[in-house]
Design a protein around this ligand. Structure first.
Ligand SMILES: *Cc1c(COP(=O)(O)O)cnc(C)c1O
Length: 435
């Protein structure tokens, strides 16, 4: 088991004393560390020359950027195994391109109707409003864009994105992402949030940000006063290891939660960082202590340069097995594989359904207890023909909302005649056509 003491930052350096502007987020951004020599200097460590040469070669392809704050969390006595070091400092292993690697594994660029928007799901869009990050995570799924000056979206591109959302009334949830949206200025962010929330069909806005983890001082009173004007606003952050939950990051989370922003967390399962049931359990428990609801654990994507971070999918399932039943239900995220090729997030978990018959479902719990749920003999499902006026349930759908079954839901629905899906280029069907 991990002892609490090991999770504490044991570095002796008093950073705030050494750098009086330490808690000024703009000072942190101005002093972003981009080379290995500065890391050695700041942490007072000596990295051997061979290793340094490898790091420099990697940075040429995948640039490095680390906030002094995040760097200060590294345990200098054991930096090679440190989860912060591994997420922040370039490694020569990033240059290994494996056979399954892809530049854009989630096909975000292909599912993009206008620059900056990825429209994958029916009712929500991903809106890339910033290409700037406080820290370049070594495991970034958008590694293809990191440090790429060409992709900084200007106001014109953002306006086109807003226009797209305005013209597509099915979009009820807009997810601001990047880059990190919280690296934009308060005024610019206020403008984007105002424009998006003024669109009548947008019901909720979300921001995905790693700022509470790598630059907690960015969460200023001024910023939270801007954010709270745009409710309902949700924020998802990205803690991967309990060590990242420090006094400063707790303070940032407190400020966000205090203005009524529901907080979630998305972690990435990373080999050598958090591929451990004890670390993950500690992480989710610390998150809920700070009013953050664990939302997703992602299987590491197939992006180029991430092969050394990838675990088996089974490791994630093992982690889920160790959480459900063992800790508070609201501390348990959903483990997902983001489908290569752009299918979206697919949840995976241990099997709890052992068997079933006509009227019995056999389930097992986290202890291995096998139980029977006897189903009612009298249940008569309400069949749906989309005629709400004749229905005993009381939804009364708006007339303007056209209901259309999609995907597997279509096969289950009563009002759609589809009974099967056949893959494109199916050889059996081709034989029919040729025969
Ligand atoms: C993750 C993601 C979303 C949001 O998915 P949720 O499951 O609703 O959190 C939306 N669009 C894209 C392209 C995504 O990758």
């Amino acid at each position: 088991m991990i002892r609490e003491a090991e999770l504490k930052n044991i570095n002796r350096i008093n950073w705030e004393q050494k750098y009086p502007d330490w808690k000024d987020w703009k000072w942190q951004v101005r002093h972003t560390v981009r080379d290995i020599e500065t890391i050695e200097e700041l942490l007072d460590i000596k990295i051997d020359n061979q290793h340094k040469k490898h790091i420099k070669r990697t940075i040429e392809k995948f640039p490095m950027a680390i906030t002094p704050y995040y760097l200060s969390l590294i345990d200098i006595n054991n930096y090679k195994n440190d989860p912060i070091f591994k997420q922040a400092v370039a490694s020569e292993k990033e240059l290994i391109i494996s056979k399954c690697d892809m530049v854009d594994p989630l096909a975000e660029d292909e599912d993009s109707p206008v620059e900056g928007i990825t429209h994958r799901y029916p009712d929500r869009v991903l809106f890339h409003v910033s290409n700037v990050c406080a820290m370049y995570c070594r495991h970034c799924t958008r590694k293809r864009k990191v440090g790429d000056k060409d992709h900084i979206p200007n106001k014109e591109i953002i306006e086109k994105g807003i226009e797209y959302i305005r013209n597509n009334s099915q979009v009820r949830d807009v997810l601001l992402s990047g880059g990190d949206p919280l690296l934009l200025s308060d005024e610019y962010l206020d403008w984007i949030l105002t424009e998006v929330s003024n669109i009548s069909h947008v019901e909720v806005i979300r921001i995905g940000t790693r700022v509470p983890v790598v630059l907690p001082y960015r969460i200023t009173d001024r910023l939270v006063n801007v954010l709270k004007k745009h409710h309902p606003l949700w924020i998802n952050t990205h803690f991967n290891h309990p060590k990242e939950i420090t006094a400063s990051s707790r303070e940032a989370l407190r400020k966000l939660a205090d203005v009524g922003i529901p907080l979630g967390n998305q972690s990435v399962l990373l080999a050598g960082v958090n591929d451990c049931v004890h670390i993950m359990k500690k992480l989710v428990q610390k998150l809920v202590q700070n009013r953050v609801r664990p939302y997703y654990i992602y299987q590491c994507d197939l992006s180029e340069g991430l092969s050394h971070f990838r675990t088996s999918v089974g490791k994630g399932i093992e982690i889920m097995e160790s959480l459900r039943g063992h800790t508070s239900g609201f501390a348990i995220p959903t483990f997902v594989v983001d489908a290569p090729g752009g299918g979206g997030k697919i949840p995976v978990m241990p099997n709890y359904l052992v068997s079933w018959s006509n009227d019995k479902t056999i389930l097992r719990n986290y202890e291995g207890v096998i139980t029977t749920y006897k189903e009612p003999d009298s249940y008569k499902a309400t069949s749906c023909d989309l005629n709400c006026d004749e229905c005993k349930l009381t939804l009364n759908l708006d007339d303007d909302k056209e209901i259309k079954a999609l995907g597997v839901q279509k096969l289950l629905s009563d009002y759609d005649e589809t009974i099967s899906f056949t893959p494109k280029n199916n050889e059996r069907i081709a034989r029919r056509d040729n025969g």
